[in-house]
Write a protein that binds this ligand. Structure first.
Ligand SMILES: [Zn+2]
Ligand SMILES: [Zn+2]
Length: 280
């Protein structure tokens, strides 16, 4: 599948995402990957792997990525996944190790909603609950920033320098959600984790469009375009990135449907993983 990419200022994502085929999305910085699809050589550079759930279009590539990274003598890979699928992943990886006659250099960390993992000096990933038919998580990429404490906001730069020289801590640290990634999820996610509506960049799946009823979409634990249309006034994001789209429509048709139905005032809407050469 052709690799898509999007940039949002200092943040860049690349990857592939089509419903039932595969989804992996690499995020720079820090170079981590959310889901691994069916495996891609491009993922050899990802030291941190976050899996949303165990469906094979998102998780099958894990042994391949670990194999590649071990072959390249890369540093140990950290794999983060919903706690409930940890044992299944270990069995999948163990079978691949047996087949290849090697031991991969990795560790699995089992996550629950609310767990926070440092992934770079100023970046961390926080897990949150999503709404799928299997145990699943979504992930926030949080960025720590320092800002001036309110009592020093009127000070000149010289006064601030003097205060700092005297050992006064004039700044306060705060962490904001930079990007939120939902893997497969139904619309319940908006109630489970309303903070996704506030992140700068929200990657949210949109599997079904006009051809399937919302009830049916819900039974499979997926989002229907109508679910997003219903929430149109609530998105405070700067960018809304729809991924995991179905191949029942051409990219052209999807673009038209989104433009006609999801006319948002705030965020810019993007279709990710839908590349023209990739149409049916
Ligand atoms: Zn799934
Ligand atoms: Zn999927």
């Amino acid at each position: 599948m052709a690799i898509d990419s999007l940039s949002f200022g200092d943040l860049r994502i690349e990857g592939v995402s089509r419903a039932g085929e595969e989804t992996w999305i690499r995020v720079h910085p820090p170079g981590l990957v959310f889901d691994v699809g069916r495996g891609a050589t491009r993922l050899a550079g990802a030291a941190d792997v976050f899996l949303t759930h165990g469906h094979l279009d998102h998780a099958l590539g894990l042994p391949y990525v670990l194999s590649l990274r071990t072959l390249h003598n890369s540093q140990a890979t950290r794999v983060f996944a919903p706690a409930a699928i940890g044992d299944g992943l270990e069995q999948l990886i163990g079978a691949a190790e047996t087949l290849e006659g090697v031991e991969y250099d990795y560790e699995i960390q089992r996550l629950e909603p609310g767990d926070r993992i440092p992934v770079a000096r100023d970046l961390s990933v926080e897990a949150f609950a999503t709404d799928h038919i299997l145990p699943s998580l979504g992930f926030h990429l949080r960025r720590a920033k320092k800002r001036l404490k309110s009592e020093y906001q009127g000070c000149s730069s010289r006064e601030l320098a003097d205060l700092k020289a005297r050992g006064t801590d004039v700044e306060i640290g705060e962490s904001k959600v930079w990007l939120s990634y939902c893997g497969d999820t139904g619309p319940e996610v908006f109630d489970l984790e309303p903070r996704i509506l506030e992140s700068s960049v929200l990657l949210i799946e949109c599997t079904f469009f006009d051809e399937v009823s919302r009830d049916r979409a819900r039974r499979f634990g997926h989002m229907h375009l109508d679910d997003l249309v219903e929430r149109a006034s609530e998105f405070e994001n700067q960018h809304l990135v729809l991924h995991h789209t179905s191949r029942r429509h051409s990219c052209e048709q999807l673009r038209t449907l989104v433009a006609e139905r999801l006319d948002l005032e705030g965020p810019e809407v993007h279709l990710f993983g839908c590349i023209q050469s990739d149409s049916p």
